[in-house]
Design a binder for this molecule. Structure first.
Ligand SMILES: NC(=O)C1=CN([C@@H]2O[C@H](COP(=O)(O)OP(=O)(O)OC[C@H]3O[C@@H](n4cnc5c(N)ncnc54)[C@H](OP(=O)(O)O)[C@@H]3O)[C@@H](O)[C@H]2O)C=CC1
Ligand SMILES: CC(=O)N[C@@H](CCC(=O)OP(=O)(O)O)C(=O)O
Length: 343
């Protein structure tokens, strides 16, 4: 059994990790931290875990975490980087669900995240944990940067076209919608029921911190320079990301559907739907799946890709467990064989 720690076990991605990990056949949860709930039985705060997890939250103490084989950080940005060097020195593998190790350029990271990086020397070693592009590197990694939720949906949608060099990479558009759990469990006016329901709004249209992450990831696979317009929206649902992606073809393509089907034919967690489909966020709710559909309206030059994920699963905790499975040499889908909840 692999001894696992979760830092930030009270947050939405933290408790999603717990929900999935308690049923993982190869995992023993050793340490789950929370500063605010330290000493409290986890299943008292989250009764869905009653009968599955019998330990208490503890303070985030590096020496205790060092008793684990692998530690997940489900904490705000800028927290993992303070403890990662010590944990790696002690032989512990780390998966950070936050953004501390996602951007390779430390100055660019500081510009978007508003703080100095605590261990820029680890940025090169850290592997960006999108299994569909980096499985071999993840398998050898000590430190994995789990991708952001929007970046997962957007990159998985654009990548087959970018890799094949079929679209103009300088004029990509990602129009994305997120459920409110994307903002985390912390109290804020914007996520109050009365503020977030029966209404919808764009935010950070002039620059969201996922823009450099998505651009970096697409650029790794593009010959030409990537230019992306990225507009996130907050929508009145709890879970889900819906990305509507636009790209302009630079050449005639016989069969875009076949291109996408071939690109993902061996991927356990990417489902290319039949031509003409419109994937719904509820079709991936609770599941580690990205569902994609491709459209070419009026047989014109513009390709539209529709890409949906559950922000807490393929966009965070599920993808993190997929990365753990790869890092630890387990079946990639161990503990992740969930079918989405309907309705
Ligand atoms: N929500 C989502 O859909 C997604 C989130 N992410 C990223 O995952 C991370 C966690 O997100 P989310 O679960 O939504 O966040 P939450 O705000 O819901 O939870 C944050 C957790 O971190 C703990 N924490 C806060 N500050 C510290 C600290 N200084 N030291 C140790 N623990 C701390 C909190 O517990 P306590 O204060 O009790 O210690 C809490 O358990 C974030 O970086 C987020 O950007 C990534 C993809 C999707
Ligand atoms: C709806 C909402 O507020 N979503 C969050 C993004 C989700 C997230 O947690 O960001 P990381 O992937 O970088 O960790 C936001 O826009 O800030």
């Amino acid at each position: 059994m692999i001894k696992v720690g979760v830092v930030g076990g009270t947050g939405y991605t933290g408790v999603e990790l717990l929900r999935l990990l308690v049923l993982h056949p190869e995992v023993e949860l050793k340490v789950v931290t929370s500063r605010s709930e330290s000493g409290r039985k986890i299943s008292d705060l989250y009764p869905n875990l009653r009968g599955h997890l019998d330990i208490e939250f503890t303070e985030p103490d590096v020496d205790r975490l060092a008793e684990c084989d692998l530690v997940f950080f489900a904490t705000p940005n800028g927290i993992a980087m303070k403890s990662v060097p010590t944990l790696l020195e002690k032989g512990v593998k780390v998966i950070d669900l936050a953004a501390d190790f996602r951007i390779k350029d430390a100055d660019l990271w500081s510009q978007w995240y508003g703080m100095e990086h605590a261990c820029p020397e680890l940025l090169e070693e850290a592997v960006y944990g999108l299994p569909e592009t980096s499985r071999a590197e993840i398998a050898k990694a000590r430190l994995v940067a789990n991708p952001g939720c929007y970046p997962t949906a957007v990159q998985l949608g654009f990548l087959p076209l970018i890799k094949a060099g079929l679209v103009d990479p300088s004029a990509l558009i990602a129009d994305t919608k997120s459920g409110v759990s994307g903002a985390g469990r912390g109290a804020s006016v914007a996520t109050l029921l009365c503020e977030a329901t029966e209404s919808m709004k764009a935010y950070k249209a002039d620059g969201h911190r996922h823009l450099p992450e998505i651009t970096q990831g697409l650029q790794w696979h593009s010959e030409g320079k990537v230019g992306l317009t990225f507009v996130p929206h907050l929508t009145p649902m709890i879970r889900g990301i819906h990305a509507t992606l636009y790209a302009n073809l630079t050449q005639d393509v016989d069969d875009l559907q076949a291109l996408f089907e071939q690109a993902y034919q061996d991927e356990p967690f990417v489902d290319v739907m039949p031509a003409g489909s419109h994937p719904e966020t509820r079709s991936v709710k609770g599941a580690n799946t990205c569902r994609i559909a491709v459209h070419k309206p009026q047989n014109g030059n513009t390709v539209i890709i529709l890409s949906v994920i559950d922000n807490l699963v393929k966009g965070a905790a599920g993808q993190a467990i997929q990365n753990m499975n790869i890092m630890m040499g387990l079946e990639e889908d161990a503990g992740l064989r969930h079918v989405a909840l309907l309705p």
